[in-house]
Write a protein that binds this ligand. Structure first.
Ligand code: HEC
Ligand code: HEC
Length: 420
């Protein structure tokens, strides 16, 4: 697997250490989270290109969101900024000119008028939504085309201006977003489809429903902290074998083509999925995958804020994690996952989540052990969101695996998880 990373590497011999811990500080035994993965330094120009793609590229998916789903009509008639913020859409404060900021602050710009949403789209200020806006002869704005980008689900903002309005945080899953509800507003769907989409709820999405017709949504995961993992997604479908650009690019191609409606091709015989969305036009996906993947690989998992956990209890929790609680048998190695150990995956019963069926819909029919850095940032936990908090995660493992942890030990282990 190491060879593949080197092949993937962008002609650089300088290596980057993913870990700030020293090897072998406990003798022969190495705790989870320690050790190093030597990965090539990412090409800065490529990363920067990927950032623009991640934030602003629709891959031509306006043909789905406008021509098929008619979301431009829905937004223009019914989605004022207050409604948009309520369904979890975020506004990039840095895209707002001073006059707009003042207008929002003093109330002269209405947040209950869809025209304001169109003005925000014209400023390219709605995270993950790209609109082409024109002015009608009577002076009103109209939304001619609309499409979505990766940032819709995998970016949020820091709320520095107001709730839902602030600086972009790329790679952070938008767990406020209700993508199913938004899609359910489309007049192009049948009542049965609308019922499925609107049932998913905030932070959840089923990226296979429109392919296999089954329905068990999963949480939107982070797109940070992934550099060094040989397999992508909960079930490890993405790898070099099935997408030469890399594991994350495998899934980026899948989502951009089959979910966003971007113009490209995706096929995987393991899934029986073969989608060609190009029509008679060009492939707008393939040549963007290397940069898009490089950008995601550049996003490190965010460190736990100082004061957000009890360091003394966390130190005791670390010992439990690596010993009595047996977490490190699977959450091993520098990234807290044994997938870095030759791409290892686990059987269906390795997950303590409530839903067990999602894995059957995947290409591998197995679970990848989830990397744990930055988990403090994105409750709820497990692929189906069935653990509301890290305390709930520990409770699930304690009862499922019969660990016999005392209340004190459970609390210590939780503090450690909060610190990762
Ligand atoms: C509608 C919401 C949505 C959009 C838009 C979306 N994703 Fe995702 N993404 C998901 C969900 C849900 C999953 C979890 C799928 C799974 O693991 O089975 C996911 C998984 C991922 C992962 C896997 C992370 C890991 O742990 O391996 C990456 C990376 C990712 N998406 C990046 C992207 C990129 C890049 C785009 C744009 C091309 C994109 N996503 C568009 C919802 C979305
Ligand atoms: C048998 C292997 C195995 C063991 C042992 C194990 N895990 Fe996991 N862990 C997994 C798998 C697989 C997943 C993904 C399951 C899912 O999402 O349904 C996971 C997911 C998680 C998550 C959710 C991460 C997220 O982003 O939602 C946390 C937290 C976690 N494990 C912590 C622990 C702790 C703490 C222990 C020890 C008490 C532990 N795990 C023991 C395999 C394991």
């Amino acid at each position: 697997m190491r060879t593949r990373w080197i092949l993937f590497g962008i002609a650089s011999l300088i290596t980057l250490s993913l870990s700030n811990c020293k090897k072998g500080d406990t003798g022969t035994h190495q705790d989870a989270g320690e050790g190093e993965l030597n990965l090539p330094v990412l090409d800065a120009a490529l990363v920067n290109q990927g950032k623009n793609i991640f934030r602003y590229e629709t891959f031509g998916d306006e043909t789905t969101w406008t021509d098929v789903l008619q979301m431009n009509q829905v937004i223009q008639t019914a989605v004022d900024p207050t409604t948009a913020l309520n369904v979890g859409l975020k506004v990039d404060a840095s895209a707002l000119p001073a006059a707009v900021v003042t207008g929002i602050q003093n109330g002269s710009i209405s947040l209950t008028d869809p025209q304001t949403t169109l003005a925000l789209l014209q400023l390219n200020a709605v995270v993950g939504v790209k609109g082409q806006v024109s002015t009608a002869s009577d002076g009103t704005l109209q939304l001619d085309r609309v499409g979505i980008t990766c940032a819709l689900c995998h970016s949020t903002v820091d709320n520095s201006f107001a709730a839902g309005i602030g600086n972009r945080l790329d790679g952070y899953p938008n767990r406020d977003l209700d993508p199913g509800f938004i899609i359910s507003l489309s007049p192009a769907l049948t009542p049965a489809q609308k019922a499925v989409y609107s049932s998913w709820g905030k932070g959840m999405y089923d990226p296979r429903y429109n392919q296999d017709g089954l329905n068990n949504p999963v949480v939107i995961p982070p797109a940070f902290g992934l550099y060094g993992l040989p397999k992508a997604i909960f079930t490890g479908d993405g790898d070099f074998e099935h997408e030469p650009v890399g594991p994350v690019a495998y899934w980026n191609r899948y989502v951009s083509v089959t979910q966003m409606g971007g113009h490209g091709k995706f096929s995987d015989s393991r899934l029986g999925v073969n989608v060609d969305n190009m029509g008679s036009g060009a492939d707008l996906v393939t040549d963007k995958l290397p940069a898009l993947q490089a950008y995601q690989f550049s996003l490190a998992a965010p460190q736990a804020p100082t004061g957000s956990f009890d360091a003394v209890a966390a130190a005791r929790g670390k010992v439990l994690f690596n010993n009595k609680a047996q977490c490190a048998t699977c959450h091993s190695g520098p990234m807290f996952t044994d997938v870095t150990d030759g791409g290892r995956l686990h059987n269906q019963d390795a997950s303590v989540a409530t839903d067990k069926d999602y894995v059957d819909r995947s290409a591998t029919k197995k679970w990848r052990v989830t990397p744990l850095r930055g988990i403090w940032q994105h409750p709820p936990y497990l692929h189906d969101g069935s653990a509301e908090t890290l305390t709930a995660v520990v409770d699930k493992y304690n009862s499922t695996n019969g660990l016999g942890l005392t209340n004190q030990e459970k609390a210590d282990l939780t503090e450690y998880l909060k610190s990762l």
